[in-house]
Write a protein that binds this ligand. Structure first.
Ligand code: PMP
Length: 546
C-alpha cells in the first residue's frame, strides 16, 4: 500500500481512477463534449470554443523540465492555491484530521483546512522569526497531522527553511505529508526540493508562475510529488480546471528565449530589495526588518500613522499585525513605485527615469525577447542562435556601455536571415524605447582601426531613419553570419531605432571588417546615448524634439 493510499480520505480512494486522456489528435471530429462547433468570437482566441486539455501535456512537460522531475510526478494546478486546496481535500476528513503549519504564515493553509472542516495545529517561528525544526516537531508530532505546510521562504516574514530541516522533518513524521511551499523559491538562495519530492515519499513541493514568472493573473502553479500522490490530486481536481488562455500564457512565458529575461528580472528585484532594505533600515519608524522572496517584512512603531500616509500616497501594502506587532509586508515594485514608497518613510530620493526596455516579439519565423538597460554595463547575455552574431552583438553592447539580455528562437533550419534581421529590428526598438524622450543625450560618431581595417560609424538619433553602408566583403560569410546581412542589419537598426546610421568600412580581412563595423557602432552608440552629465535634461536639438 502506498503512503498516499494509507493517508488519503477513504471516500477519495473509493472513486474510480481518473483517465487523463490528453488532447485529441489533430483532425479528430469532436462530437463528444457538447461544445459549440464554431470558433469563439474573441479576437486572438478562436479555439476557446473547446474545453481545454484537463492536464495539458506540453505545459506539464515544460514545468517538469523546469523543476527537474518526470511529468508523472507533477500536477499542473490553478495557481498553487489550488494545489493547497487539492491536498487538503484529498487527505483531510472533516473533524478527524488536521493540518499543521508554522505561524505566522500564508493564510490559505488554515483557510482551506477550515473549509474542509479539518483541524489546524499551529507551531510558531521563534521570537526572532527564525525557523526552529525541533520546536516545530515538538508541537506538531503529537497531533499526527495529515499535512504539514512549510513555506520557504515564508510569507510574510521571509524566513527561509533549510532544505536539510525539511528532509529531517519529513523523516521524523512518516505519517504526515510535508508540503514545502516554494512559491518564492526563485528569489531564494536555497536549492529547490522539487527534484526530491518524487524520492521522499511524504514530500510535496509547490511552485507557481505567479511570482518570478509574472503570471499571477493566469493562475498557473504545480505540485511535485510521488506519482501515487499525484494520482489522488487528479481525482479531486475538477474536470477542466485550467483555462485555455492561461495554458497558452504559461507556455509563452516559459518559452526558452524568455528565460534569460525572467532571470534578469529576478536579479533586479533582488538588487532593489537589498537597496530598499538598506534605506528603510535607516527609517526612524522601522523597528525590525527582514527581507525574503520578492518582499520585505517590517515592524513599525505606529502602523496607523503609516497606514494613513500610505493611503494619502495611494500605496497599498499588507498590514500583518497578527504576524508581529506593527507588521507590514511590502512587495518590491518598479523603481518609481519603490521611490514613492521611500518617500512615505521620509526617504525621498531624486529618481532619474530609468532608461530601460523589455521587448518581446513573436512571429512565425522568430521568437525574440530582449532586455536593455542603458545605464548599466552588465549583464550582457546574448543568444541569437548564431554564435558569430552573438559575438558581434556583444561587441555592440560592450562598446556601447549598456546591458543587453537577448535571446532568439529562430527558424535557423531555413536560413539565418530571419533571425539576423528580426534581432536587429528588436535591438533598434529596445534602444529607442529605452532612450525615451532622449533628454540629456549626445549625438555622435566613432571611427576605429582594427589592424589593416578602418571602420567608421556616424550616428544621429534624429528620429528620422536613414542607413548608408559603404564597403563590401570578399567572402560570403564570417563564421555563421552571412556578410550580405551586415548592411541589412544596420538598415533594420536605423529603421526601428529611428536613427541615421552611416557606416564606412575598408580593409582586407572580412572578419576584421565585420567586427570593426559592430565595434564602431557600439562606440558611436556609447557617445550618442550617454547623458551629458550636467543633470540637465535638455535635448541636443534646436528643434526641441528628437
Ligand atoms: N503560497 C504562498 C506562500 C503564497 O504567498 C501565495 C500567494 N500569495 C501562494 C502560495 C499562492 O499563489 P498562486 O495561487 O498565485 O500560485
Amino acid at each position: 500500500m502506498s503512503l498516499a493510499e494509507r493517508l488519503a480520505r477513504p471516500e477519495i480512494l473509493a472513486l474510480p481512477p481518473v483517465d487523463i486522456a490528453g488532447a485529441p489528435l489533430a483532425g479528430t471530429i469532436r462530437l463528444d463534449a457538447n461544445e459549440n462547433p464554431f470558433g469563439s468570437l474573441v479576437a486572438g482566441q478562436p479555439a476557446i470554443n473547446r474545453y481545454p486539455d484537463p492536464q495539458p501535456t506540453e505545459l506539464r512537460r515544460r514545468l517538469a523540465d523546469l523543476h527537474g522531475v518526470a511529468p508523472g510526478s507533477l500536477w499542473v494546478t490553478r495557481g498553487s492555491d489550488d494545489a493547497i486546496d487539492l491536498l487538503v481535500r484529498a487527505f483531510c476528513r472533516a473533524v478527524e484530521d488536521s493540518v499543521a503549519l508554522v505561524e505566522p504564515t500564508f493564510a490559505a493553509y488554515a483557510q482551506f483546512a477550515r473549509i474542509q472542516g479539518a483541524g489546524v495545529v499551529a507551531a510558531r517561528l521563534t521570537d526572532d522569526l527564525a525557523f526552529d525544526a525541533d520546536a516545530v516537531l515538538a508541537t506538531v508530532a503529537p497531533a499526527r497531522p495529515k499535512l504539514l505546510f512549510l513555506c520557504t521562504p515564508n510569507n510574510p516574514t521571509g524566513t527561509p527553511v533549510d532544505p536539510a530541516d525539511v528532509r529531517r522533518i519529513a523523516a521524523a513524521l512518516p505519517d504526515t505529508i510535508v508540503v514545502a511551499d516554494e512559491a518564492y523559491g526563485e528569489f531564494s538562495d536555497a536549492p529547490s526540493l522539487a527534484a526530491e519530492a518524487g524520492l521522499i515519499a511524504n514530500l510535496v513541493v509547490l511552485r507557481t508562475l505567479s511570482k518570478a514568472y509574472g503570471l499571477a493573473g493566469a493562475r498557473i502553479g504545480c505540485a511535485v510529488a510521488d506519482p501515487s500522490i499525484i494520482e489522488l490530486l487528479a481525482r479531486v481536481s475538477p474536470p477542466y480546471p485550467l483555462p485555455g488562455p492561461s495554458i497558452a500564457a504559461a507556455l509563452g512565458a516559459l518559452s526558452p528565449e524568455r528565460m534569460p529575461i525572467h532571470a534578469e528580472r529576478v536579479a533586479r528585484i533582488l538588487a532593489d530589495r537589498g537597496r530598499l532594505a538598506e534605506r528603510l533600515g535607516e527609517a526612524a519608524q522601522v523597528k525590525r526588518l527582514r527581507a525574503g522572496g520578492n518582499f520585505l517584512f517590517l515592524e513599525v512603531d505606529d502602523p496607523d500613522d503609516l497606514s494613513r500616509r500610505l493611503a494619502a500616497a495611494a500605496i497599498r501594502v499588507r498590514f500583518r499585525p497578527k504576524a508581529a506587532p506593527g507588521g507590514v509586508r511590502i512587495t518590491i515594485g518598479t523603481e518609481a513605485e519603490n521611490a514613492a514608497l521611500l518617500a512615505v518613510f521620509g526617504l525621498g530620493e531624486e529618481a532619474r527615469p530609468a532608461r530601460r526596455a523589455e521587448i518581446v516579439r513573436d512571429t512565425n519565423e522568430t521568437r525574440i525577447a530582449l532586455a536593455i538597460d542603458l545605464d548599466r554595463a552588465e549583464p550582457r547575455r546574448i543568444s541569437s542562435g548564431i554564435p558569430f552574431y552573438d559575438h558581434m552583438l556583444d561587441q555592440v553592447a560592450a562598446h556601447g556601455g549598456f546591458s543587453l539580455v537577448l535571446a532568439c528562437q529562430g527558424d535557423l533550419a531555413t536560413d539565418s536571415h530571419h533571425s539576423v534581421e528580426d534581432i536587429a529590428i528588436v535591438l533598434g526598438q529596445g534602444l529607442k524605447t529605452a532612450l525615451g524622450d532622449k533628454a540629456g543625450i549626445g549625438r555622435f560618431g566613432f571611427a576605429l582601426p582594427m589592424d589593416e581595417t578602418r571602420a567608421e560609424v556616424l550616428i544621429d538619433l534624429s528620429g528620422r531613419p536613414f542607413a548608408k553602408f559603404e564597403g563590401g566583403f570578399a567572402t560570403a560569410s564570417v563564421g555563421d553570419l552571412p556578410t550580405e546581412m551586415v548592411p541589412h542589419i544596420f538598415r533594420s537598426l536605423a529603421d526601428s531605432l529611428g536613427a541615421a546610421i552611416h557606416v564606412r568600412v575598408d580593409g582586407d580581412n572580412d572578419h576584421h571588417k565585420v567586427e570593426g563595423c559592430f565595434k564602431a557602432f557600439g562606440r558611436a552608440l556609447r557617445g550618442a546615448i550617454a547623458l551629458d552629465g550636467s543633470g540637465e535634461r535638455s535635448l541636443p536639438s534646436t528643434k526641441g524634439v528628437l
